[in-house]
Design a binder for this molecule. Sequence first.
Ligand code: HEM
Length: 160
Amino acid sequence: MESGALSRAQQALVRESWQRVRGDPVQHGTVLFRRLFDLDPDLLPLFQYNCKQFASPQECLSAPEFLDHIRKVMLVIDAAVNQLENLPCLEEYLYNLGKKHQAVGVKVESFSTVGESLLYMLENCLGTAFCPDVREAWTKLYDAVVKAMRHGWDTLPEGD
Ligand code: HEM
């Protein structure tokens, strides 16, 4: 994660803006995932709990297991914000998280759409405070997280 390290000023922008989001992770995470399903409805079938498929994004967005996934996503972002000065310490965790997502059938390309949805959620929450500098700082952080996760797709699944 060296090349994409955030400057001190960018770290401050990310920390400050996250303060307004972290207090209500489920609400803001729901905005993120509603946007994600709007942009790519094909992601919906990847979320199955007890082999049950959701009939609609709305059904998924109100399922307790899915709300847990939203909490998990927001916790990972929270961890990254807390470790802005030392992102490499998350690399191994993120690599394993990438591997888990590869195993459940997520395509690495879908993480670009997740990134778009994250920026949408931040803009939705922060309004005019989501200025170009804040957007750039978040883009850099998200890119660093995905860069670490994508190594999980580099290794072949066992047995190949
Ligand atoms: C294309 C978007 C995504 C899809 C389709 C997806 C799908 C899944 C699925 C099916 C699971 C297993 C079931 C569950 O725990 O609910 C899972 C687990 C998880 N996801 Fe995602 N996910 C996505 C994005 C993300 C992102 C962006 C993050 C965080 C940056 C994330 C963090 C997690 C975590 C922490 C777990 C639990 C892993 C564990 O059990 O150790 N997911 N995801």
